[in-house]
Design a protein around this ligand. Structure first.
Ligand SMILES: [Cu+2]
Length: 132
């Protein structure tokens, strides 16, 4: 057997381990350093949920998955970020959101008809690894 073949065989288990795990589990408080992802489904011309509670002061991700086929919800607009994203049907679009101050932030469809709200709330005590 050639040394190259042996090297490839040796690498095989490593390659198998490199397979990323399926991102299925909901965010938990057990891993504070991890950036949380919040899912928003878009179907029936509405956001589900239309109101999300997210923690203040830490970056997070919004993951929009659109199932609608008509035009209304094609784009999602996030005025507080100054961003507009096109949502392809059946494909998750992840939007990185920087740490926000407590408050409510709106996101809408491209025509400002369908509305969603982010309720950004200060998280009470514990769990923060960013202490000085
Ligand atoms: Cu619309």
């Amino acid at each position: 057997m050639k040394p190259v073949t042996l090297l490839l065989l040796a690498l095989l288990p490593t390659l198998a381990l490199a397979e990323p795990p399926a991102p299925a589990a909901p965010p938990t408080a057990a891993t504070p350093a991890e950036v949380k992802t919040f899912d928003v489904m878009v179907h029936g011309g509405a956001y589900h949920p239309a109101r999300l509670e997210v923690p203040a002061g830490e970056p997070f991700r919004l993951r929009f998955t659109k199932h609608d086929h008509d035009g209304c919800t094609r784009d999602v607009v996030l005025p507080f970020l100054g961003e507009r994203h096109t949502l392809p049907t059946g494909e998750a679009v992840v939007i990185e959101v920087p740490a926000l101050e407590a408050g409510t932030y709106a996101f809408t469809c491209g025509m400002n008809m369908v509305k969603g709200t982010l309720v950004v709330t200060k998280v009470a005590a514990g769990g923060s690894d960013g202490q000085r």
